[in-house]
Every structure is written in C-alpha cells, then in structure tokens.
Design a binder for this molecule. Sequence first.
Ligand code: NAP
Length: 514
Amino acid sequence: MSVVLKSHLEGRWVEGALPAVQILDAVSGAVVASASTRGLDLAAALRFSRATGGPALRAMSFAQRGALLDRMAAAIHAVRDDLIDVSRHGGTTRGDAKFDVDGAAGTLAFYAGLGRKLGDRTFLLDGEAERVLRSARFAGQHILVPRRGVALHINAFNFPAWGMAEKLAVALLAGMPVLSKPATATAPLAVRIAELWVAGAELPPGAFSLLVGAAGDLLDHVGPQDVISFTGGGDTARVVRAHPMVIAHNVPVSVEADSLNASILGPDVEPGSDTFQMFAADAARDIVQKAGQKCTAIRRILVPAAVAEAAIEALVDRLAGVGIGDPADKSTGLGPVSSLAQQRAAREGIEALREGGAAVVWKGNAPETGCFVTPTLFRSDLGVDAPVVHDREVFGPVATVLPWAGSAAEAVAIVARGGGGLVCSLYSDDPAWAGEVVLGLAPWHGRIHWGSKKVHDQSPGPGTVLPNLVHGGPGKAGGGEELGGERGLRFYFQRCVVQGDRGLLDRVLGASPG
Ligand code: NAP
C-alpha cells in the first residue's frame, strides 16, 4: 500500500500539497510511497532550527550530545530487521541493506564515543595558547565554536540510512542543528529512521528536521551561519554551489560527487597469490555490492599487461557466480539499481563506454523487467587516452579493465586522468614501487587503500567508509571531506583566535568547561 511521506519541520510532522512525486519499487514498478514539499514554509523551518535547536545543542556538553547519538544508534539497532525490509523497495539485497543500516548505527555509535571522550566542554580549544610578542603575557588562543546556523544535509539515493546518519552524527556532536534532505527515490527508509528518532531518542526540539521531497526554495533561505553538506551528482553540486544566497552569504559547501575510483594491481603480484586474490575480491565486490551504486566503487581496474588475461579471468570467475534477481530472494547477490532514472543513466553510460571503444569482456544476465542493469566488465587498452573511461562515472554494476605496462609513474598518470577521486586501491608487496604510487596518488585522493599479503584477510575493502578515517576527495570527487573522527567536526565549527592577556584567556577559555 502506498503511503504519503511526511516531513518533520518546526518540531512536527507535515505534508506538502499535491501533486506529490511517486516513489516506485525497483523490481515491480509499483508505487510504494509519495512525497511533496509544495507549500511547506522552509524559511520558518530554518528559523525554528536556528532559534530552538541550536541553543539547546550548544548548551549541551560533548558528552551529552554523544549520549543523544547513542540513543539514535540504539533506536536503529532495535528494529534493524524492519529497516532492512523497508529498504527493499530500492532494489537492495539483504546484505546491501545491512551495509547501509549497520553503517548508520555504527557511525552514530562511533561519534557517541568521541563525545564521551571530549567530555564536559561545549567548544574546543585548537592547540595551545601561543605567545605572539616578546612578552609572554599577550597570547593568542585558537578556539573552535559551533556555528549558529543550520547544517543542511542534502543526501544521495544510494545510502538513505548511512548517508543521513554519517553527516548528522558529526554535525550534532559539533553542536549544530540539522535539516536532512534525503534523495526522494529512496526516502522511505530515511523517513522510518527519522520517525524512530523523533519518537524515542529524546531529541531537543529543532535539533533535527527532515525534508522529504524536492528541495523547493530551501536554498533561498540560507544564512551566513549555515553550512551545506551535499552528496550526489556533480551537476547538482554545481547548482547548489552557484545558488545566489549560497554565494551572497559565503555559505561553506562540502561536496561528495562523482568519482571514478581506480584499483591498481602491482607488477610484483603473482596471479593466485593472496594479494592477487584480495585485488580480485575487492574489484568484483565493488561491481556487485549495491549494484555498483557506491560513491567509492571501483570503476577503473589497472592491471599489468603481462597478467591482464589472468586478472580478467579471476574477475569473471567471481562475477559469474553471483545470482542476479529479486533482492527479496536470499540467493540474490546483485539486485536492480534503485530507480528508472538511475537505470536509464547507467544504460546510457554503458553505451557511451562501448561507443568510446571499450570492449565488453563479460556481461551477466539481468532480468528485462524492473530497474535491472546488465552487469558489464569492459576492457580498454588505451590507458590514459581511453575515451569516456576516465570521464564518465557509470553508477551501476560496471567497471573497465585497463592493462598498462607496469611503471609507477604511468599508473599515477592514468589514475589521475580521472580528475580526482574518493579512494584508490593499490595491491602490492613491493614497498619501493607502491611507495612511489602512494605519494603520486595522494594529492588526487582522499583515501588510498593499500592491499598486501599481510592484510589480505583483514581488510573491509576500499568501499567501506570508516568513521575515524576521512571520506572525500579533490576535483571531480567534489573537493569535500567528511568524517575522520574529530577532524570531521571542523566543518561545523568557526575557528576564532582570541588574543589578549594570557591569564584572562586561561580563565575564560582554558581548563574551565564551556
Ligand atoms: P542528485 O540528482 O545529484 O541528487 C542528490 C540530492 O540532491 C538529492 O537529495 C536531490 O533531491 C537533491 N537535489 C536535486 N536537485 C537539487 C537542487 N536544485 N537543490 C538542492 N538539492 C537538489 O544525485 P543522485 O540522484 O542521488 O545520484 C546521481 C549521481 O550522483 C550518481 O549517478 C552518482 O554519479 C553521484 N553520486 C555520488 C556519490 C558520492 O558520494 N560521490 C554518492 C551518490 C551518488 P531529489 O532526490 O529530491 O531530486
């Protein structure tokens, strides 16, 4: 039965006017829900958050904000299986849904722990007081204080639970109220989680708002103390960044956008070795998991030309064993993409790769119905010059193998041709070769995942974003940065240096909390 999804604004559940956008089941095409933001007073919603949620959060210590996050994590954990069921309409298999839902609870719990560690303070010192003149009496102390606006979180469709929770955990711990806008296509899960939080997490009024449906005139009402954290397509990110009010108020915008993540098999790695198996498992998993709809998924697979056939064979072996079909079926490893719009975009991307000269080396059998996309492995021998391969992120179960001669410098040049990524994976047991690649690639990425024989059975894979490590990347990947433990809080703080008498600074800012 189809339900109308409500937004939670100004501390209450509200419904937009008709017509609403319909949300479809990715397998059957049936309408599962609808959402509208028409007529909702978004200016008032932001005013309420700033006036009510902000002061309440800022009055709480980090430990108290952490306790709030603990309650939010517990609320998810208590009904984990129900949430997994809710997410089914978006084409997610049980394993994919667990990845999303458990990731949400885990990230909230991690930041709850950080809150306990930061303790009774309400703001942070940024380093120690610094002497600025010859006299030790006049000093400068940098502090980090929560901004007084709203953290607007605009999320992508692919992780409705984790995407919402990972942004929100950091902002709430920093002391900023959040307005979260899930992508409409997979909003039902975000709404269900929001209902749990509102009903059972003892949130201060205005600390958390949810906007379900189109963004409408939301950005017309941003102000100088607000921040925006966006995840989605690069084109939408440009629209957000270029909004006149965002520009007028210099609103900080953090963007996670398109990313053509690469994987590199080192020339020292023998086919069949543990490091080789790790490489093949990670690359195949990223084609299959979430039907390739992960911002961190490997799109370009660099293999030394000498072992290209062995590498392709290892990948195809793994892919061919994956069951494709209805995610409700336990044997299914690869479900549909989440919506007709995503299916269309992925199919167009596959066609563009083909027209660009990439050769299909394997494709699976996907059902003709629903939002399925044929999983496809391409090969291109054009390296840095391969058209389309380095430019177009095909957001589906698709990757391209790029055989190359094996030099570190050339590997760096080919990967960098993607214009900046979230994560690059590298598989090698040769420290000299790998070291050159790591330092060559670091400026182009937010994270490098280095697989080798000693960690071959211990790694979560490059696609897993961990709350204590940074997530983001330069250039095409958006230029944003999230998470990274305490580092992530910085986006929601204003850094201010207070200069004056050291004794007074100590008394007001130092050991005494808040
Ligand atoms: P999208 O179309 O860019 O949408 C992302 C979010 O922006 C959604 O919540 C969307 O709302 C909202 N939005 C759309 N227009 C807006 C506007 N004018 N002002 C404010 N918000 C607006 O992205 P998507 O459909 O979720 O994914 C599309 C592509 O993004 C993927 O194909 C992939 O390339 C990329 N992606 C990247 C990452 C990453 O982290 N790097 C993650 C996921 C996706 P509605 O849903 O209501 O339109």
